[in-house]
Design a protein around this ligand. Sequence first.
Ligand SMILES: Cc1cc2nc3c(=O)[nH]c(=O)nc-3n(C[C@H](O)[C@H](O)[C@H](O)COP(=O)(O)OP(=O)(O)OC[C@H]3O[C@@H](n4cnc5c(N)ncnc54)[C@H](O)[C@@H]3O)c2cc1C
Length: 387
Amino acid sequence: MKPILIVGGGIAGLQAANILHQNNADFILFERQGTLGGRVSSTMKDGFILDRGFQVLQTSYPEVQRSLDLSALNLSFFESGAMIKGQLFFNPLRRPFELFSSDILTFRDVFSLARIWFRLQGDVSALDGNKQTTQELIESYSFSNRFKNEFLIPFFQGVFLQENLTQPASLFFYYLQQFLYGNAAIPAGGMQAIPDQMASWLPTDKLKLNQEITALDAKSITLKTGEVIDGEAVILAVDLPVVAKLLKADIPATLGSKTFYFSAKSSVKQPALLRLVGEEHLLHFTCLTDVNPGLAPEGKSLYSATSLTESSEKEVKTALEKQLPGQKLTFITSFDIPHSLQRVDGYEAIKKSSNGIVLAGDYLEFPSLQGALYSGRKAAEEILART
Ligand SMILES: Cc1cc2nc3c(=O)[nH]c(=O)nc-3n(C[C@H](O)[C@H](O)[C@H](O)COP(=O)(O)OP(=O)(O)OC[C@H]3O[C@@H](n4cnc5c(N)ncnc54)[C@H](O)[C@@H]3O)c2cc1C
């Protein structure tokens, strides 16, 4: 029997490979780049471990728990909460008294939060058919303007990497559930440790790096060199813009972001929280060494700052220094990520034009590690079910 061909070595492709391998199905994975992991990658610079775009591992994601060896990742955890426009906000399920002592919460806000909490007790996937956007959903509850504009909206702008919150309301509920019940973490070696772990469970001769696929159908792929390889089936696990190009389909816009890294002399340790600012040049920032001091050389702090606009290093640094009075920051590097999160609606055209090619990728589910892992599992299981 010919091998199953997987195109793309991001989290979705690696997950598909692992499921096939666990079921003794022969496969070959082709990745365009020289490394595996796709949008999850880290680099080293001057002794700092830098993720390509700030991101975290939500440990409550069901596929994360099912697929990864979390203890081997040696995780460091964020506190459950956020600092929003200078106001500390802890997860009400972990620190209920802090919620009631918050001066931005009115009785109306507590009541609306309780209504949302009750809704979360049901099956949130049942909300998939709900056509409301996150912004519309937030407006439909009677939150005070202050709580809405200084907490809820900036928080979800940070999560969705999106200013106008047009992502579906079902996604809002899904993420809220994960934040309330899970923990946000970073592996000791940076986020790259996740694809590294997944790849370590696979035979290396089945992982073909620096191999770009330029055309494909349900049973074969064409490499950039012109070589055609036949397979039993093909899983296309590339990012959405490449899917659209290969399948000649229109796609909705994807969401881009830019992450800047700065170092400073060691600061007084703060609660390890994401800090949402919601300004033009600074959506959110965090001191990563408050979470894991091992990400920076001894005696240094590492800050990540994310912006949604075409901000320059100087604009972001000025905005960040305003948030950290007295702290002298040194720019390390920045990463421009044109397709950070892939929107979750409007993929019917792509699914229709797949012509027997099995699709995997976060865009098919919720754009997240959970979505990527789950889509990879589903793609592999669909092929296994045929045999
Ligand atoms: C800045 C940022 C922040 C994020 N924050 C979070 C977060 O906090 N929590 C969370 O859960 N998720 C987060 N995500 C989302 C998460 O990283 C993605 O959902 C996930 O990594 C997507 O995996 P994928 O395999 O679907 O796609 P990708 O990672 O895009 O993988 C596709 C792979 O296909 C390869 N490829 C493309 N074209 C070809 C070709 N022609 N031939 C061969 N190979 C090809 C690519 O090189 C790539 O390796 C974030 C993403 C970014 C970028």
